[in-house]
Design a protein around this ligand. Structure first.
Ligand SMILES: [Zn+2]
Length: 95
């Protein structure tokens, strides 16, 4: 069974849909406005969060088996992170 993934069109602003069932997501990304870079960046951040939420909800509703797999994958990733942190290894270096 193929895994669904979030697909973006190349249009501007791009539209996002599910690769498996072609459901189109409602979240629209804002067009950049001249001189309003900061506002645009925060609007894009909000759109991204909204889109990911929509995607999660879509997986749960339309592809429960894949959602289950995705959930396990995320849990594993988080467990690995916690292990690294608790061992005091993997110091994040911002430089
Ligand atoms: Zn789908």
């Amino acid at each position: 069974m193929p895994s669904p993934f979030l697909h973006a069109t190349s249009g501007r602003p791009s539209e996002h849909y599910c690769s498996l069932c072609k459901t189109n997501f409602k979240t629209k990304f804002p067009r950049p406005k001249q001189g309003l870079l900061k506002e645009w960046e925060s609007a894009v951040g909000e759109a991204k969060a909204a889109l990911l939420k929509e995607w999660d909800e879509h997986l749960q509703a339309a592809h429960p088996r894949q959602w289950e797999r995705e959930r396990k994958k995320r849990a594993r990733r988080r467990a690995q992170m916690e292990q690294i942190i608790s061992k005091g290894e993997g110091t994040i270096n911002d430089a």
